[in-house]
Design a protein around this ligand. Structure first.
Ligand SMILES: NC(=O)c1ccc[n+]([C@@H]2O[C@H](COP(=O)([O-])OP(=O)(O)OC[C@H]3O[C@@H](n4cnc5c(N)ncnc54)[C@H](O)[C@@H]3O)[C@@H](O)[C@H]2O)c1
Ligand SMILES: O=C(O)C[C@H](O)C(=O)O
Length: 320
């Protein structure tokens, strides 16, 4: 059977890391595409040489021409710019919306059957615009943010409680902004929902509240440390988990930005919710029960996403 073809649109920090992980895990042959000449070719060659060390038979190629992504099974989009200290993700909307237009048209022309994972920020608006510009089926276009946000939540909980990160299941809902909703009642430490974990003495309520706040601001914490860009290892691993679930039909339930048509009482937008990812793309949206507080927080986050969609429509009338 032919190997899967994975097109990485954007060969920057996340794109290069994605190529490395995909090659190392032998997920498929990799095309690294970028507008910068030399960068995708150099990274592809460097990783291709590494395959002789880690023993993987996949092929890697760098490209500046969309024709090279032809027939891709998966496209992971990181093209655009990251934020710098002092900026919010939303400040990237003008420049990255233009990038999504070019990328959407490239995917539409050359890889219309791909499963597309958008990473570019501001995520919920960019994945919405990318679906519109590409015209691909909505169940085949998803955004990566929830896997990253919930991984941060899980890591901070593991660090505080001393429980293996493998026995922590953390969930977040909502847009990929500082008002995302870490789902305290639905997240577990050693099988205990977090309110019960507090009662059992794994951590105090104040410690849990601090972790929720740190999770919401997790992206900014890394931007402030790196100074020249944003997180890339955990974002790349998160998108690989999503790509793997599609390529291997794993049917994992992962928090992703997906198109909603009635779920959670919402329609016509992308926002982060748990979704089952299999060979057909987004096969099911899982609806968490929400209490009044959670509902209010989710609504606030959704309102921020809706504001960004309006801003996109104001910038590009073809999206209205
Ligand atoms: N969704 C998330 O959870 C998440 C996490 C981390 C970063 N991000 C976002 O991902 C994006 C990429 O981050 P990065 O660290 O890889 O940035 P980076 O600057 O290292 O890489 C971006 C690459 O995109 C390329 N590019 C720019 N315009 C292009 C175009 N029109 N076509 C093709 N390529 C183009 C650039 O040449 C560059 O190589 C940023 O917008 C960042 O905010 C999102
Ligand atoms: O915070 C950023 O700008 C990048 C990304 O969205 C993240 O959460 O790491």
């Amino acid at each position: 059977m032919a190997r899967a073809k994975i097109a990485l649109i954007g060969a920057g920090m996340i794109g290069g890391t994605l190529a490395h992980v995909a090659a190392r895990e032998a997920l498929g042959d990799v095309i690294l595409f970028d507008i910068a000449e030399g960068t995708p070719q150099g990274k592809a060659l460097d990783i291709a040489e590494a395959t002789a060390v880690f023993g993987s038979d996949v092929a890697l190629k760098g490209a500046n021409d969309y024709a090279d992504i032809a027939g891709a099974d998966v496209c992971i989009v990181t093209a655009g710019v990251p934020r710098k200290p002092g900026m919010s993700r939303d400040d990237l909307i003008g420049i990255n919306l233009k990038v999504m237009k070019a990328v959407g048209e490239g995917i539409k022309a050359h890889a219309p059957n791909a499963f597309v994972i958008c990473i570019t920020n501001p995520l919920d608006a960019m994945v919405w615009a990318l679906q519109k510009f590409s015209g691909l089926p909505k169940e085949k276009v998803v955004g990566m943010a929830g896997v990253l946000d919930s991984a941060r939540f899980a890591y901070f909980l593991a660090e505080k409680t001393g429980v293996s990160v493998q026995d922590i299941h953390a969930w977040t809902l909502g847009g990929h902004g500082d008002d995302m909703v870490p789902m305290v009642r639905h997240s577990t430490v050693g099988g205990l929902p977090l309110p019960d974990a507090v009662k059992a003495g794994f951590l105090s309520q104040d410690e849990l509240d601090a972790i929720v706040d740190r999770t919401r601001k997790g992206g900014g914490e890394i931007v402030a440390l790196l100074k020249t860009g944003s997180a890339f290892y955990a974002p790349a691993e998160s998108a690989i988990a999503m790509a793997k679930s599609y390529l291997l039909d794993q049917k994992r339930v992962l928090p992703c930005a997906v198109w909603l048509s009635g779920e959670y009482g919402l329609s016509d937008l992308y926002v982060g919710v748990p979704a089952l990812i299999g060979a057909a793309g987004v096969e099911k949206v899982i609806e968490f029960t929400t209490n009044d507080d959670e509902k209010a927080m989710f609504e606030k986050s959704v309102a921020s996403v809706q504001g960004l969609l309006q801003a996109c429509k104001d910038i590009d009338a073809s999206l209205a």
